[in-house]
Every structure is written in structure tokens, then in C-alpha cells.
Design a protein around this ligand. Sequence first.
Ligand code: ATP
Length: 202
Amino acid sequence: MKFTRLRVHGFKSFVEGTDFLIEPGLTGVVGPNGCGKSNLVEALRWVMGESSYKNMRASGMDDVIFAGSGKRPARNTAEVTLVVDNQDRMAPAAFNDADILEVTRRIERESGSVYKINGKDVRARDVQLLFADASTGARSPAMVGQGRIGELISAKPQARRAVLEEAAGISGLYSRRNEAELRLRAAEQNLERLEDVLSELE
Ligand code: ATP
């Protein structure tokens, strides 16, 4: 799965719509302290379904919306779009008929986030699974934040195992198993209720 473009609008310090082309090969982002390099990586993690505002260095998810500066008023929405090349057909069946996938997450103050894939409304879980199946995502070990190496060295074995599972691309399977177990339990309860109704009728 190749990322080809990142569009950021109203997200943290990126108040204007900004388009980043991700060309094949190595991409470097350079700039002075505080210019928004980490914000850019956070935009990438956020659009892939990051659910923890703490992982966004924020005190609430609304904090990812541009908060205003001396000359500019705060905005009420933030939107990030990640354009993914899907020619290798890595996406789940539901989205696998397109060569290009545009994954968008939008947040409105006090209203939470909505997600779209190629313009269609989807759940956060669909977006998280799309990236988990391709061994990437908001918590991908491929994104190494400041201080992360030290954290891993001192991490508990379970936390290290989660990193390995993520890298092996099986974390999406856990989440699917969990969903399947919930559905199975609901079906069992329905069956029990049906048996009660049937025994009343007899
Ligand atoms: P360093 O090189 O020091 O790590 P950096 O280039 O990674 O810096 P970031 O941490 O990405 O910089 O950006 C920090 C800037 O983003 C700060 O100026 C901060 O005020 C601004 N910022 C963060 N959140 C928002 C927001 N919601 N609205 C407006 N500006 C924000």
C-alpha cells in the first residue's frame, strides 16, 4: 500500500488547505523548531483512525482543530485526506474496486469525527482495519516518534508483543475476531429468546 498524497486543512497549525505529494523514494520534512513537522506526522496517524487524543499531544480531540493565532480566528473544523495507491488491491473487498482510495477524516467542534472512503461514509473501524491489514495504521511501529525507542526498550513484554503483531499484520485479525465473537454472542442470545417464545407457544 503506497501513500501518494496527504491533504491537511484546519488541522493543528495547518490552517490553510495544504497538499503534500509523497513521491516514490525517500521523503524528508525539514524546518525550524515548532514549524509543524510533528503535526504533519500526527495528521497521518489521525486520518488512519487514531482514537486517543493523548497520542495527538492534545487534551481533547477538538484540540487538533486550528485554535487561532494572533491574526487568524480559530476554525471549527479540521479535515485530513490520505490518498492511497490501491493498484495492488490490498484493500478489503468492500473498497477494492478502485485503483485509488481517498480516505478522509473530518472533525467538527463538539460533534466528533466522520470518516469517508472515496466519498462514502464509513466507520472508524473500517478505516482502522484497512490500514491494519496492510501492516500500517495510526499505531504502526513504522512511525517512530520522539522518545519511542527508549520507551520500547523499557516496555513490558506484552507491549513489545503488540508491536511485533502490528508489524506482522495480524492486529486486524484480533479486532475482526472480537467483532465476530460479539456477533456470535448476540446470535446466541437471540436463539435463547426464540426458544423461550417457542416453548410458550407449545
Ligand atoms: P520540533 O522540531 O521542535 O519537534 P515541530 O516542527 O515538530 O517542532 P510541531 O510540534 O509539529 O513542530 O508544531 C508545534 C506548533 O504547532 C506550535 O507552534 C503549536 O502552537 C502549533 N499547534 C499545535 N496545535 C495547534 C492548534 N490546535 N492550533 C494552532 N496551532 C497549533
